[in-house]
Design a binder for this molecule. Sequence first.
Ligand SMILES: Nc1nc2c(ncn2[C@@H]2O[C@H](COP(=O)(O)OP(=O)(O)OP(=O)(O)O)[C@@H](O)[C@H]2O)c(=O)[nH]1
Ligand SMILES: [Mg+2]
Ligand SMILES: [Zn+2]
Length: 326
Amino acid sequence: MKTTNESDEGVVFRKSLGHYSVRIDGQEIDCELSSRLHKELIYHTSASLKHKVQSIREVDKADPVAVGDRVRFVDAGTGRGMITEILPRRSKLSRPLPVPGQRVFEQVIVANADQVLTVFAASSPSPKWGLLDRYLVTAEAAGLPSRIVITKMDLATQNKSLEQDLEIYRRIGYPIHLVCSSTGEGREELKQALHGVMSVLVGKSGVGKTSLMNALQPGLGLRVKEVSQGDIGKGRHTTSHLQMFDLDFGGRLVDTPGMREFGLWDISPEDLASLFPELAPHIGQCKFGLSCRHDNEPGCAIRKAVMAEQVSPYRYQSYLRLREEL
Ligand SMILES: Nc1nc2c(ncn2[C@@H]2O[C@H](COP(=O)(O)OP(=O)(O)OP(=O)(O)O)[C@@H](O)[C@H]2O)c(=O)[nH]1
Ligand SMILES: [Mg+2]
Ligand SMILES: [Zn+2]
């Protein structure tokens, strides 16, 4: 028999304006944060942000709780409760969230994920591989494996360089899934890759993340963009909340709203090369050893590997670009 002070353990599936949907035994409890966790929230947001509940982003930036978090909560009955503790995370996928006039905050996009699905459309909007490299580096830094998912394969004929571009990533060893939510192409194979683990979809607005979720599990019936193709990529978000779903065939999938900015969080310039799997084996082989920046230094093993066509010049440029930012 449970006493009133005893807390339950659940998983955060969704959050919105200070409310957290915590799931336990298939039931959702609408929780708030305990005042102790709340104080952390106020401490982080600072006094100048009295308008913080105007949008979900504002609350999010210093939110100590992320979707995917395992939490302890006190059940107040009638479907309501209070989160009292966040349990240790197995993983966290983060990005920096700059707040004008303040410091940059860490935004934990999702906690406890097992893999990242980076989503790009074959066309409409056309893929930006520089963004893919950002996602891949972020996932590597979080210690999570990535899969590259190309949606809208029915439009693939509009992108002449798609196969050639993907070959770069295939050679590195990233699994690639070619899917189409309208025809069902690639769906069964992707389902197998999702089975039994928690996966998170990342990709900019309009690439078809939510459509893919609906195709994987038709019962979800989530709202997708209903606009002409001309509007795609203009940054109008259809999904406004991060939300996790249980998959009927086993596993969990998190849908995210398209993220326009995707900076690197807590990655040092010295570590960056090790987060490119094809550069990593060359680290330490340069003339200047571990202090090589792999830029203009003589005897750089990574530049040599680019010349020898072992490393794609494109990915090397991407490394240099990202390094500039850190
Ligand atoms: N041709 C084609 N269009 C698709 C496909 N999948 C999705 N779309 C269209 O792409 C548009 C965007 O789809 P969404 O699923 O809302 O995109 P999203 O990535 O969830 O976007 P945000 O929620 O804003 O981040 C919609 O108009 C879809 O109908 C596909 O396989 N083929
Ligand atoms: Mg969406
Ligand atoms: Zn070097």
